[in-house]
Write a protein that binds this ligand. Structure first.
Ligand code: ZN
Ligand code: MN
Length: 128
C-alpha cells in the first residue's frame, strides 16, 4: 500500500515538474490516470495537499481564476494570466528584490518576499 501511494505521489510530482501549464487538480487527475488507470480523484487531491505541505509544489490562486492550479517550480517567480485563453505562464524575468527594500524603507514593514501577477494577452492571443 505504502509503495503504491508513493508511486502515485511520484507520478503527480513528475507530471508537475515536466509541465509549465500550471494544471488544475482535475487536469492532473486526467493525465496521471493514463499512467495509473485506477487512481482516484481523492487520491490525487490528497497527494497534492501532501506535496504542498512538504514544500515540493505550490498552489496558485490567481485573480479571476475560480479553480486552483499547481506549480512545481519553487523558486520565486512571477506569473502572467492571459485574459483571453486563460493560460497561466511563468514570466522569465527575475524577481525585483529592490521592491522589498522599497516597501521596507517606506513603511517600516519587514518584507520577506512578494508575489506579483500580471494580466493581459499572451503571444498567441495577440495574433487573433
Ligand atoms: Zn492567450
Ligand atoms: Mn509558475
Amino acid at each position: 500500500m505504502v509503495i503504491r501511494y508513493t508511486r502515485q505521489r511520484e507520478a503527480i510530482l513528475r507530471l508537475l515538474r515536466t509541465t509549465s501549464s500550471h494544471p488544475t487538480a482535475n487536469e492532473i487527475y486526467l493525465q496521471v490516470s493514463e499512467e495509473i488507470p485506477n487512481i482516484s480523484k481523492g487520491t490525487v487531491y490528497r497527494n497534492l495537499r501532501v506535496l504542498q505541505k512538504i514544500g515540493l509544489i505550490s498552489e496558485l490562486d490567481l485573480e479571476g481564476t475560480n479553480v486552483s492550479r499547481f506549480d512545481a517550480k519553487q523558486d520565486n517567480h512571477y506569473h502572467f494570466k492571459c485574459e483571453k485563453c486563460g493560460g497561466i505562464f511563468d514570466i522569465d524575468v527575475s524577481v525585483n528584490n529592490k521592491l522589498d527594500q522599497h516597501i521596507t524603507l517606506n513603511t517600516g514593514l519587514k518584507v520577506l518576499h512578494h508575489h506579483l501577477e500580471f494580466h493581459g494577452l499572451c503571444h498567441r492571443c495577440q495574433e487573433f
